[in-house]
Design a protein. Sequence first.
Length: 273
Amino acid sequence: MNCPHCASATTKEQTQKTTLGYRTFRCSVCKHLFNERTGTPFNFLEYPTDVVLLVVLWRLRYKLSLRDLAEMFLARGFIFTHEAVRDWEARFAPLIAEQLRIKRHGKAGRSWHVDETYLKVHGKWCYLYRAIDQDGTLVDSMLSEKRNMEAAKCFFRQAVDVVGHIPEQVTTDGHSSYPRAIREIMGSDVVHRTSKYLNNRLEQDHRGIKQRYYPMRGFGTVEGAARFCCAFDELRNYLRPRRTMGEAVSLLEQRQVFLQRLAALQTAIQAVS
């Protein structure tokens, strides 16, 4: 294992492990003592990395409150407060979202459906811009306090950066800000269709964040809401078992895909330095 302090490869594993069971090493060059988590975002955590990741993933995936998660893990012998769950979500949800965005770069289709839905943040309504492709795969999502030209342009610019290409056509609900935003950010060659009926698939897809958001009774801050919504959409899209719209997937296949992707995600996140 390379030294996180000087990047030297001449390190020697020690016989003693950390209190959580992680291996320790000593660098022959800079003489620093370090462990497997040194230099990673999980360094100095008082709990195993896999437990913390599981808490954050369950928080994003299921309709569980902060206190629900603390109580569930208490039954498994891990004692922490709901505030610890809040802190872990703030620290590691963006890391999960970033890794998942990297994984799906260039994989979105050429036909996008764009719309926004309403979320209440600190007693005020905000707008969650979302886009999916023709197969229901997530293109991007972005929370905005305003629904105007600048927000639409910012969303399209971000979506193109995330997926890595410009679509051939975009379907919206006909809001006045979309035509100009599409033309200025993605060019005049992109076909713009306006019909609320053509966007029904996205209206149905909004139910994912809506159903997860209702038990939370709103968000406290715009930053927290944006962080949660982005990570939720990325994780929901990643764990989706089907590849195309309307594809039938058996329960056995769904469970196998879920376990495989969950394990792959945990491995990828733990490898981040």
